[in-house]
Design a protein around this ligand. Structure first.
Ligand code: ATR
Length: 272
């Protein structure tokens, strides 16, 4: 029996235990996967992680608000994958040579979902809205998937510019692509794929999208009932999808890294 947890605050809503139990069923592995509440400070997070791995735990997922704290802890104690390094955030913890190692499967989980939907990324012209952690985490996997143009658009233009500078410094791959920045309302013309990585979510607010802005495919990294961002492009005839597939996708990659088994995330998605 292998033990896993997801650490967050709040954590009661997390769907990770159910998702991972389905992967365990697929691979015929016996696992225990629990939700782990943690007070919102770095010392508590560090203590929870230490106790879990000292107690024989195999792997932990990290969710809001601890992904950056987990990054710091891994940077100090063990190591980080390239994806975690560029993302500046860790969502997957494991032990490597007895030391704490941090990975980030969020961005690759998104890319895998887009490919599973049959959306072509090779040579694609892509715009990402938002310049926070969610946006930062998907840039490197998108570039590795072969996109050819990238614009990061944000409400606060200076934050998009800062993010691009940081990304370029973090990886030569990103520098080669020469991403550009934009204010959201100034983003216009046609894109192959537009991704909403802002936290505007279900707030009811609407992004100031230009009427001349269009795309073939639109993805909202949030998931939920009604996402005005998706409706905007759906009305123009674009194909749309939302972040539940990304949630499954990141979980599948974490499960595979922990257990060495391969899983099929599409079996959990039904018609989505
Ligand atoms: P996350 O880790 O989810 O990316 P974050 O780092 O707080 O969260 O970043 C939130 C992102 O959503 C930012 O890009 C933010 O824009 P600003 O940088 O201008 O703050 C964006 N965002 C949040 N609420 C928004 C709104 N009502 N309209 C437009 N953008 C919004």
């Amino acid at each position: 029996l292998q033990h896993f947890i997801v650490i967050g605050n709040p954590i009661a809503h997390s769907k990770s235990p159910e998702i991972h139990q389905q992967f365990a069923k697929q691979t015929q592995l016996q696992i225990e996967y629990n939700r782990q509440y943690c007070p919102d400070d770095a010392a508590s997070f560090s203590a929870v992680v230490e106790a879990f791995f000292n107690g024989g735990g195999v792997g932990a997922n990290v969710t809001v608000p601890f992904k950056q704290v987990a990054y710091q802890l891994c940077a100090e104690q063990g190591g980080l994958s390239a994806h975690a390094q560029v993302a500046g955030a860790v969502n997957t913890l494991l032990l490597k040579d007895g030391k704490l190692f941090g990975d980030n499967t969020d961005g690759q989980g998104l890319v895998n979902h887009l490919l599973q939907l049959g959306w072509p990324l090779q040579g694609a012209k892509v715009a990402i809205l938002g310049a926070g952690g969610a946006s930062r985490g998907v840039v490197l996997p998108l570039i590795e998937a072969g996109i050819s143009e990238l614009t990061i658009a944000n409400r606060t233009l200076s934050k998009a510019e800062d993010l691009i500078d940081q990304l370029r410094a973090a990886s030569p791959v990103i520098d080669n692509l020469a991403p550009t920045s934009s204010a959201i309302e100034a983003l216009t013309g046609h894109y192959d794929v537009i991704i909403n990585a802002t936290s505007i979510g279900l707030s009811g607010d609407k992004l100031p999208l230009d009427s001349e802005l269009s795309c073939h495919y639109t993805y909202d990294m949030m998931y939920g009932k009604e996402l005005p961002f998706l409706t905007h492009f759906q009305q123009q005839g674009a194909q749309v999808s939302e972040g539940y597939g990304m949630l499954i996708g990141q979980a599948a990659l974490s499960f595979e890294k922990w257990t060495g088994a391969s899983v099929d995330p599409s079996l959990l998605l039904g018609s989505q």
